[in-house]
Design a protein around this ligand. Structure first.
Ligand code: KIV
Ligand code: NA
Length: 279
């Protein structure tokens, strides 16, 4: 399989072939994503929740994101890799943002960065793209701003709300983003805005009229603890949690009963050597 580049993604978009993106947060999840033929792998700051146990994505910092990015970069050798600029790493100034983005490329070894926010980020995005770093915009529901949004809430459900998303999209496209993530908005709104843009849109909870889709790997593979909140847009394609705990429960029982390890899982010693040793 060939390495996915900006040109590959551009061609998929031109052909109208949906772009498949998934998140990864460590070496094995990156290997799995790459083996599954993903076009893009996102090291999303959702890893703060699914891999670190944080309440939301507001706490995670640069060093944590970079550590996870490096592990993912070692595991995903074909997909185009994007890392999430965490809250606090880009808002202060365009200079701060370009500094953070450069660290993602040089220390995180990803190929581009994603940044949450609307038209107010245009100067920032311009500055990062001028440094030669591909930027993915993220509009609609922007989880880093949940405190201001009033929680994880669907966006663009009114004409005014939809117009705001369109306005943000056009401003950020002008500023140079090569792609968008559209999160949690009605499918009609996402499709209409997608048709007005010249760059691909990757939907999550935004219907199938986008240019591609993204899901959080831990969610879609069912690799989460029972009771964790899962958004409506997550389709569960596997039951990794069920399979992993089933195996561990059996292992624990076999340890307790001494059924494990049976001889096939042990190293033999010859009778002669054993006899000498036992004397
Ligand atoms: O952090 C993340 O995983 C994301 C995707 C849900 C788009 O931003
Ligand atoms: Na994110």
């Amino acid at each position: 399989r060939k390495k996915v580049t900006m040109t590959t993604l551009r061609n998929l978009y031109k052909k109208g072939e949906p772009i498949a993106m998934i998140t990864a947060h460590d070496f094995p999840s990156a290997r799995a994503a790459d083996e599954s033929g993903m076009d893009m792998v996102l090291v999303g700051d959702s890893l703060g929740m699914v891999a670190m146990g944080l309440e939301n994505t507001t706490e995670i910092v640069m060093e944590e994101m970079l550590l996870h990015c490096r592990s993912v970069a070692r595991g995903a050798k074909h997909a185009f890799l994007v890392g999430d600029l965490p809250m606090g790493s880009y808002e202060i100034s365009p200079e701060q943002a370009v500094g953070s983005a450069l660290r993602f490329i040089k220390e995180g070894r990803v190929h581009g960065v994603k940044i949450e926010g609307g038209e107010e980020l245009a100067p920032t995005i311009k500055r990062i793209t001028q440094a030669g770093i591909p930027v993915v915009g993220h509009i609609g529901l922007t989880p880093q701003r949940q405190n201001a949004l009033g929680g994880f809430r669907v966006q663009g459900k009114t004409c005014v709300g939809a117009m705001k998303i369109l306005q943000d999209a056009l401003a950020l496209q002008e500023a140079g983003v090569f792609m968008f993530v559209f999160e949690a908005m009605p499918p009609e709104v996402a499709a209409l805005i997608t048709s007005k843009l010249k760059v691909p849109t990757i939907g999550i909870g935004a219907g199938n009229g986008c240019s591609g889709q993204v899901l959080v790997q831990v969610d879609m593979t069912g690799n989460f603890q029972p009771g964790r909140f899962i958004p409506k847009f997550v389709k569960k394609y596997a039951d990794v949690w069920g399979e992993a705990t089933r195996g561990m429960i059996q292992y624990r029982e076999e340890v307790k009963s001494r059924e494990f390890p049976s001889p096939e899982y042990t190293y033999p010693i010859s009778k002669e050597e054993l006899a000498k040793f036992e004397k």
